[in-house]
Design a protein around this ligand. Sequence first.
Ligand SMILES: Cc1cc2nc3c(=O)[nH]c(=O)nc-3n(C[C@H](O)[C@H](O)[C@H](O)COP(=O)(O)O)c2cc1C
Length: 151
Amino acid sequence: MSFPTIHILVATTSGNTEYLADEVAALLEQQGLTSVMHYEPSYSELITEVTDQSIWLCCVASHGAGEYGDSMLDFSEQLSQQKPNLSPLKYAVIAVGDSCYDTYCQAGKDCDAMLQLLGATKLLDRLEIDMSCDDPIEKSSTWLPYFIQAL
Ligand SMILES: Cc1cc2nc3c(=O)[nH]c(=O)nc-3n(C[C@H](O)[C@H](O)[C@H](O)COP(=O)(O)O)c2cc1C
């Protein structure tokens, strides 16, 4: 059975989520899955390429008062302004944050809500990683088999 390519979109400011996304890509590769990294997701590139084979795995850190990490700020603003029809798309979200903030994992939650609003299909429930107490790689390794199963 062959799987389509997984596009990994990264929202990071200080690099933790980029590191995690790289580890996630390596874990996917170990399972025979191909991924393409988008460290600064390009709206025009990603939206033009959406087909019914498209899968996005959004790895989203929260910053500010629940804002997206810097690398995905432009992309998220364009998504919410232009509201493209994403009904062919399947996606999942890994939200990275710290539970000491009232806006815990807010950007990941917003990303999830936005993609659903635009008609995309959620493959499985969002993974939330609390950097104050979780081991991000361990938690992702437990979640990824369910993601793969849902593809
Ligand atoms: C200035 C600042 C603001 C933050 N704001 C939030 C927030 O609103 N919600 C949250 O869950 N985590 C927040 N965090 C925690 C970050 O999400 C966490 O440190 C994460 O590992 C950063 O990922 P990154 O290195 O990929 O940017 C904040 C961290 C900093 C330094």
